[in-house]
Design a protein around this ligand. Structure first.
Ligand code: KIV
Length: 290
């Protein structure tokens, strides 16, 4: 059997994360949920694209990630796959898609890989997910773990707060991370934890830590694209650095277009079509009414 070479030599695969960690190279990850943003993020050179269930907040307006369905995740993952050729594509396992038995979770993860084109899945949880992570990895599904603030637990946690702020809670989180590494996860998201805790986890583990609101020691940084480009509503968490104001750009464009339409300036001749030369229109005959 001939082994096919990946069509793009620089395509990012799961082992690239460990290699980067060993070399001390930082990687970057952004979310995308559709074809155009996936293309832009990929062509900009981002190493990993997370089709995150943050889509519940960012593009569906649900207010949290709880209602996101597997079908929504599948549709988004397919679109992202069509738009990205280099970045590693990770699909989030939505709330409810891995909570009702390991067989069901494996089936759902396989759908994200086979139908969606994901190259790995991410799921939230600590030691309570260790057996599931082992099982998924046994089925050749690369798993990214996610500890600290796990937004799917928002009702249990009572809000979006920094986690592992006491020495006891930090110890539990560090142990969870170690257990998830032993279970076979290839990377672990650390969301909203003190930078000191993230640094210990990063030093203790040989898999990559992917930080969001977790300080600069993490091996990879991840952000929600819409936060980074200013395409969201409401107050941003303190860890977000906003690099553009896309909402303002869109509003200005729409406002300008409305003014042009209302003033008769749009569309002008070059933005419309004329009859071909030599073609003459005759006056339409009046309809005869009896
Ligand atoms: O859903 C998401 O976008 C995430 C990141 C914030 C890590 O889980």
């Amino acid at each position: 059997m001939a082994y096919l070479k990946p069509d793009k030599p620089e395509k990012v695969f799961v082992p690239a994360l460990r290699e980067a960690k060993e070399k001390g190279e930082k990687l970057v990850c952004l979310t995308a949920y559709d074809y155009p943003t996936a293309r832009i993020v990929d062509e900009a050179g981002v190493d990993m694209i997370l089709v995150g269930d943050s889509m519940g907040n960012v593009i569906h307006g649900y207010g949290n990630t709880i209602p996101v369905t597997l079908e929504e995740m599948l549709s988004a993952t397919k679109a992202v796959k069509r738009g990205a050729s280099r970045a590693l594509i990770i699909a989030d396992m939505p709330y409810g898609s891995f909570h009702t038995g390991d067989n069901k979770a494996v089936r759902n993860a396989l759908r994200l890989m086979k139908d969606g084109g994901a190259e790995a899945v991410k799921l939230e949880g600590g030691r309570n997910r260790v057996n599931l992570v082992k099982r998924l990895v046994d089925e050749e599904i690369p798993v990214m773990a996610h500890v600290g603030l796990t937004p799917q637990s928002v009702h249990k946690l009572g809000g979006y707060r920094v986690q592992a702020k006491t020495a006891d809670a930090a110890k539990i989180l560090i142990e969870d991370a170690q257990m998830l590494e032993e279970a076979g996860a290839f990377a672990i998201v650390l969301e909203l934890v003190p930078r000191e805790v993230a640094e210990i986890v990063t030093n203790e583990l040989s898999i990559s830590t992917i930080g969001i609101g977790a300080g600069s020691a993490c091996d990879v940084q991840v952000l929600v694209l819409h936060d980074l480009i200013g395409f969201t509503f409401g107050r941003q968490p303190r860890f977000v650095r906003q690099y553009a104001n896309v909402s303002e750009v869109i509003t200005n464009a729409i406002t300008q277009w409305m003014e042009d339409v209302r003033s008769g300036d749009y569309p002008n001749e070059s933005e419309s079509y004329g009859m071909p030369k030599g073609e003459h229109l005759s006056e339409p005959k009046k309809a005869v009414t009896s």
